[in-house]
Design a protein around this ligand. Structure first.
Ligand code: SF4
Ligand code: SF4
Length: 416
């Protein structure tokens, strides 16, 4: 086992391979507050990649209703329980050590799936990453318990109280998911054939269909259950990040060579999605690039957070958490950055408000943004759910460094 640095955990961790990073990393932000659960993204993906025989139950993009739903059923609750069993009472974060640059959420003191694997005694062979193989029944329902709320005590007259922020007494939310094209992919680590690889140009994780023998160790190892087995070919398949679109080489889109967002992103009706590529330094740190919308939302303002960072794969999908959900549930799902993220989102400064407008239905990847300042319209004092007073709409005290080059393709890895 090698030792690698995981910035989301704020510490080094063990991983089967030496640390190595792509030049650019495929990444995305989903704003859960805006998802309406329409499944347009799901069908856009399905009609592009998984419409063939043997792929009937294969949903590379899925939208599940939390807290009860999951595809496969109970995927996250099961793995959380396995981690807790391997390291009882010690799966916690130390937030006092938070440092915006190297450990923005503090330090995770518990065990990742790679560190917990040797502690697990189960029916499987020795595992590289703690995990399990879902049963066929667990894959049957892509959105079981759709729109089923929890938390209500309807017979105690609490019906009217449910609309009060910060947390509703009755709640559910839609969680849209694709492969996170992780920095330390557990699917890749678990494959005994080394059939899975991460592309150096954009960090997209792919399965080589020629090498795959369908052992399903990747399905067992992926904590997000985003590799799926296809019985007709006896191989595993997964989200390919619509790589022809990312490369700008999809002939159906025209020949201008401009990189395009994936099918699920550009089809999103709720305009909850923003996808792109971020520059990665050789040591794995994100290049300081505040004019890239993803870097701005994830690293500068920390309004978007990784999904279950404690699993340890350093996922490159990030979420703006839903405001109305009990904080304990959100802390478990997105880590200790939740309170800061929600304070930012609930009461944004002018720059953040501007960048949030970039969530749209358009296929061109945005590598850069620039803000042109207009006259002040309003500055509104508000009291946050925490009781703290804040002003909505002021200019942020630190101006955003604007890039010299404003061309849309300036940071595109395929044209620079
Ligand atoms: S989400 Fe799963 S399938 Fe995707 S890269 Fe990470 S470990 Fe692999
Ligand atoms: S298309 Fe967008 S709004 Fe509709 S379910 Fe998918 S992510 Fe949510």
């Amino acid at each position: 086992m090698a030792t690698v640095y995981n910035w989301q955990l704020g510490r080094a961790m063990t991983f089967p391979f030496e640390e190595k990073h792509p030049r650019r990393q495929f990444a995305f932000v989903f704003n859960i507050n805006r998802c309406i659960g329409c499944q347009t993204c799901t069908m856009a993906c399905k009609s592009t990649w998984t419409f063939s025989k043997g792929q009937e139950y294969m949903w590379w993009n899925n939208v599940e209703s939390k807290p009860f739903g999951g595809y496969p059923q109970h995927w996250d609750a099961k793995l959380l329980a396995m981690l807790e069993a391997a390291n009882p009472g010690r799966q916690y974060w130390k937030t006092a050590a938070a440092d915006v640059g190297s450990k923005p959420y503090g330090t995770f003191e518990g065990k990742t799936i790679f560190e917990a694997a040797p502690l697990h005694i189960g029916p499987e062979e020795a595992q590289v990453a703690l995990g399990y193989l879902p049963s066929d029944a667990e894959w049957r329902h892509p959105n079981i318990h759709e729109d089923t709320a929890t938390g209500g005590r309807w017979n105690e007259g609490q019906h009217g109280a449910s609309a009060e922020l910060p947390e509703h007494r009755v709640w559910f939310f839609h969680l849209a998911r694709i492969c996170n094209h992780c920095t330390y992919p557990a699917c890749l680590a678990s494959c005994p054939r080394q059939a899975i690889y991460k592309r150096p140009e954009d960090g997209i994780v792919l399965i080589d269909q020629e090498r795959c023998r369908g052992y399903r160790k990747c399905v067992e190892g992926c904590p997000y259950k985003k590799t799926l087995y296809r019985g007709t070919t006896r191989t595993s398949e997964k989200c390919v990040g619509c790589y022809p679109r990312i490369e700008g080489s999809d002939e159906l889109l025209g020949s201008d060579g401009a990189p395009c967002e994936t099918r699920c992103m550009s089809a999103c009706v709720g305009k909850i999605r923003l996808q792109g590529l971020v520059a990665i330094a050789e040591d794995g740190t994100w290049s300081h690039d505040p004019a890239n919308p993803l870097c701005f939302l994830i690293r500068e303002r920390r309004v978007a957070l990784p999904l279950y960072p404690q699993f340890g794969t350093e996922p490159n999908g990030f979420y703006i958490p839903p405001r109305w959900v009990p904080r304990g549930y959100l802390h478990q799902m997105f880590g200790p950055g939740v309170d800061h993220a929600l304070e930012q989102y609930s009461c944004p400064d002018r720059e953040l408000l501007a960048v949030l407008q970039l969530f749209r239905t358009q296929r061109q990847i945005l590598f850069r943004f620039a803000i042109e300042r207009g006259p002040k319209v309003a500055e509104v004092p508000v009291i946050l759910p925490s009781g703290r007073e804040k002003v909505q709409g002021p200019v942020h005290p630190e101006p955003i460094e604007q890039p010299e080059e404003q061309s849309g393709c300036a940071a595109c890895p395929f044209h620079s």
